[in-house]
Design a binder for this molecule. Sequence first.
Ligand code: F6P
Length: 328
Amino acid sequence: MSTKKVTKIGVLTSGGDSPGMNAAIRAVVRTGLYNGLEVFGIVRGYSGMIDDDIIPMNGRSVANIIQRGGTILKTARSQEFMTAEGRAIAYENLQKHGINGLVVIGGDGSFRGAQKFSSEFNIPCIGIPGTIDRDMAGTDSTIGFDTAVNTAVEAIDKIRDTMDAHDRLFIVEVMGRDAGYIALHSGIATGAENILIPETKTDIEELITSLTEKEKRKKLVNLIVVAEGGEFGDANGLAAIVKKRIPTADVRVCILGHIQRGGSPTCHDRLVASHMGYYAVESLLNGRFNVMIGVINNKITYTPLDKAVKERQRIGQEWMRIVKILAS
Ligand code: F6P
């Protein structure tokens, strides 16, 4: 806890956008104003901080956005903020506006930036986990995951219809360069026969043997959900292996891509975002600085930013065992 008083705050979104970021911005702005703070929106994340693209926000600036995907503040992955010179310019700009507290909505890369910045310039930063990847320790939910995974489920259900009609093997690629949560959850929810994720090793021989065996007993319909950062590359990489090893298989690939990042946030994501946005400002007001707001078992939690960026959410092996049993 610190006794330093925060009077003017900046809010920004950074890294890959995620549905529900707007709901979080709205909650931060309105909670800040309610408590007598001045609130500024920083456009395009850390890039806007360096370019002095900083705008005052009022209650109306965040009207009619709770249901919208994307982010009204725009987002970026700033290379310049990774340099000491870039961060020094950013700090000067914050000083110019008198901003003495920051709320950063983003993923682990964004929090790494926030942590470095706060340690260098002693500026209080609060992190709100906004990422469709859900790969942050210290929280059960990240803003956008629920929407993204439901988008994936809806799309895969449609693929299953045509896959079934043609007795085909489908390999569906979902997002997650380093994280398999979208693949795991959407794969289980759509009854996938196999799920390939970056966090666990894939026994390719076992996969080929099981597909060959299924071909023999004429179980021709097979759904494989793969995270884009899978061990054997993306869906196309895996399809090439399967086609080579089982030339008779009728394989099709579908890459869901960025449709998973857009769209109107689900009720869950709007609630989580509103909750976290409110507590981010409360945290600044109460002198609880440099933490990530999380929700664990429906309770708000505060994880020190340095811990949040060091630790990753782990996928239990138990889930992969269940997938095998349910798909047999
Ligand atoms: O971090 C979110 C995410 O959507 C990842 O799942 C994905 O690998 C990455 O962003 C894609 O980033 P970009 O939009 O820059 O291609």
